[in-house]
Write a protein that binds this ligand. Structure first.
Ligand SMILES: Nc1nc(=O)c2c([nH]1)NC[C@@H]1CN(c3ccc(C(=O)N[C@@H](CCC(=O)O)C(=O)O)cc3)C=[N+]21
Length: 283
């Protein structure tokens, strides 16, 4: 059996076009373009790449984009003041803060300072709370990207045994909430799970988000399962690989997302979609 490919690059391009058209019609009605402010602190390489990608994307879909680039030793007060300013800035609909932040800065205090209706990463406790109660407004980008991919491929989720590997605040936990609201029976496994392999082997839908290259071998995958690989690992050789051993998994799974070209481009596009949403609410 050869798994069918879930092409995130392709779907993200379709969504990009949809966003572009909506921006164009806003402009033709005399409304302003959506505005995104991006805050980068320090020199995390993944964050740098992500910021460049967002900049290119904003230009090509007609968003207003502003980048704030701070050195590693920036203090919390400087950031809190900037957020306060951006919260009031009428040109800015979405505020994005690249994670991880330097160790000295408390990420919770920073995220909580963002006005919830400008929290395009969907990670403010208010937005997570709404997602938890099934009345979401702005949703976290990666899990939203995964759900959008499954929907566009018309993959049915009701009643599936879903297993999410990794319990992070920004991916694993919101992913579980999304899958639960789609009717999956949800399991989350993490570093203290006693029999990780047992759970993974029973997954009809497997989402892996731990950031460990090729962590899941083909032999752990249930034949015909839907495999969603969230990991983006940069190898020394310059190669980019996922958390799942793609070569092996593709022979056993029913559906699979590649890396690169799977979940990654969807995460970025959902940030744009959230920015447009925030803008439509604002004006
Ligand atoms: N608050 C916050 N939210 C984030 O969502 C966030 C963040 N901080 N900090 C940095 C990481 C990194 N990140 C990526 C998203 C997409 C690709 C992506 O699309 N990658 C390409 C491959 C890129 C390549 O080949 O170099 C792909 O998967 O096809 C990469 C990295 C979001 N992040």
């Amino acid at each position: 059996m050869q798994a069918k490919i879930i092409d995130g690059e392709k779907i993200s391009k379709i969504i990009k076009k949809e966003i572009y058209n909506k921006v164009k019609s806003r402009i033709s009605l005399g409304k302003r373009a959506p505005g995104l402010a991006s805050i980068l602190v320090g020199d995390d390489p993944a964050s740098k790449i992500y910021v460049q990608e967002k900049y290119r994307l904003c230009r090509s879909i007609g968003f207003f984009f502003k980048l704030y680039d701070f050195p590693n030793d920036t203090n919390e007060i400087t950031l809190l003041k900037l957020i306060d300013h951006l919260n009031k800035d009428e040109k800015i609909d979405g505020i994005f803060i690249s994670l991880p932040l330097p160790k000295k800065i408390n990420p919770i205090r920073i995220s909580e300072k963002i006005r919830p209706d400008k929290d395009i990463d969907g990670l403010h406790p208010y937005n997570i709370g709404l997602l938890c109660q099934r009345t979401p407004k702005l949703k976290p980008c990666t899990s939203q990207g995964v759900i959008t991919l499954l929907k566009r491929y018309r993959i049915k989720l009701i009643g599936l045994n879903s297993v999410v590997v990794g319990a992070s605040n920004h991916v694993g936990r919101p992913m579980i909430l999304e899958l639960l609201s789609k009717g999956c029976t949800t399991t989350i496994v993490h570093r203290f799970t006693t029999d990780l392999v047992y759970h993974i082997k029973h997954a009809d839908l497997l989402v892996v988000a731990i950031g460990k290259p090729n962590f899941v071998p083909g032999s752990w995958i249930k034949p015909g399962a839907i495999v969603i690989d969230v990991g983006i690992n940069y190898m020394k050789e310059g190669e980019v690989v996922g958390d799942v051993c793609y070569k092996e998994a593709i022979k056993i799974a029913g559906w699979i997302t590649p890396v690169p070209g799977g979940v990654g481009p969807m995460t970025t596009m959902m940030l744009m979609k959230n920015t447009l949403h925030a803008c439509e609410v604002h004006y």
